[in-house]
Design a protein around this ligand. Sequence first.
Ligand code: ARG
Length: 587
Amino acid sequence: MKKLLDLLSAELEAAFKQAGYDEKYGRVTISNRPDLCEFQCNGAMSAVKEYKKAPIMIANDVAKALDGNKVFAEVSAVNPGFLNLKLSADYLAEYLQSMATDERYGLDRTKTPLSIMVDFGGPNVAKPLHVGHLRSAIIGESVKRICRYMGHNVVGDIHLGDWGLQMGLIITELKKRQPGLPYFDDSFTGEYPEEAPFTISELEEIYPTASAKSKEDEEYKEEAMNATFLLQRGHRGYMALWNHIMKVSKADLKKNYANLNVEFDLWKGESDVQKYIPDMVKRLKDEGYAHESEGALVIDVKKETDTKEIPPCMILKSDGASLYTTTDLATLVERRKDFDPNMIVYVVDKRQDLHFVQVFRCAKKVGIIGEDVDLNFIGFGTMNGKDGKPFKTREGGVMRLENLLADIDEEMYHKITDNHEVEEKEARATAKIVALAAVKYGDLSNQATKDYVFDIDKFTSFEGNTGPYILYTIVRIKSILNKYNEQKHTMTPAIAAPASECEKALLLSIAQFNAVVESAYEELAPHKICAFIYELANAFNRFYHETKILTEENEKQQASWIAVLELTKNVLETSIDLLGFSAPERM
Ligand code: ARG
């Protein structure tokens, strides 16, 4: 279906033309004075230059050309030259009815499906997930869903950090604790045990211990670096340990991400692309892209137009070791080979901005990826505590994601059981659903690049711009629909002309759905969907308070309202699905 603003613009364009002006001035926008009109066209003001006439004269001519037009209930030319527009109630109802009968509620699937990859999550194996990983998971999941809903072919890749020093640290610590294990016996040639020599909780304790030791003890650090080096050279015992670490850690990650309703199509990691590095580096040298600088191998990526210093992209350190950059370049080699993507979206902390500028520039300069591939970096801001500093536990430590979510579940559980009697099991299940909405909406309703304050009290509130408020609205609609369906009815619900101002406002709000999702996709901006559903929920609640739906005696009127409710619910539920959460049946 066409977007409402495009349909209205077409009417205005025709009117400009009919009045003797260029049709390009006929663009319609949503009114920024809702007290005066619903839509407006400011084209007469821009046409002044070309026609050398007072804008109000042009506006008057266009208004005259729109005389008798069925789309608008009101067209007025007002000083200095605005065209204020109100939609005809019948026209709006017709548009909404077409939305209601369309399984995608008026949003056309793209005609040119692209191959899109979303690189998000990015956890480091064997380190517990903390709040820093939350934003990438939440934003990435939503971006993935939005792209997919538009009709593109989308692959989400977790891009595990599974090849770095943390592996060497764990191996080193393990060797100190259990030196007798066969992995450390170089003369061992048999089969290594199938069972890992640690559990996930042990693993999660081993890493921070090892990391702390390495910061204090130079020798320990050397050892860990050497273990990393040996692992990366394929040391048999260390590889076997690495496989154990991966298996135990991945199982735990899967559980954690499932709790967040976050899913990856690919569980690839840095380790998967190491095999591309030697050829890649050789080519970069042979073709003269890379040069030596203080022993390291680098590629220049600065441009004349740069306003700040962009240092060269380092490919190999002086000891021949590869770096984070090298791995991301090698990942692009593999992604091009496997998926030939048109676009890749990286959802990573904005402090990694420079890294991605270097990687993107380098990849295009040396032809690892085509010039036309859209490499996109969504750099998100920090999640802060109420004190404005990065979110911490009460004791000041790094907050584990699991604990954070458990806290919010608990908070939500109390809110739900404080209000009314609910069966324990249902209350727990509902609390989980609502808590997830609280966290995700709290995050996504902010522009991704901005820092935001993680405020549990605010996020879990049933009032205001929050996830629970949106869910509450959906549940309210479901409850009315259920009650209606328990009664006998002969009418088939169909949306008729709105009977009140607040109903018209609701319909106008719903009608924005296709335009909003499209622009959320174009700008990779889930917060636009949040702003839309908040406004929609408000418009619905205003309508609900002013309208007696279930006791309405005019059956036709009632059936029309039921159709409006049905559509409101469907649009809200589709929208929250794009944000990555869902609504319970009751709450
Ligand atoms: N593991 C990295 C980190 O913790 C994030 C990975 C982001 N993705 C990427 N392709 N570099 O900082």
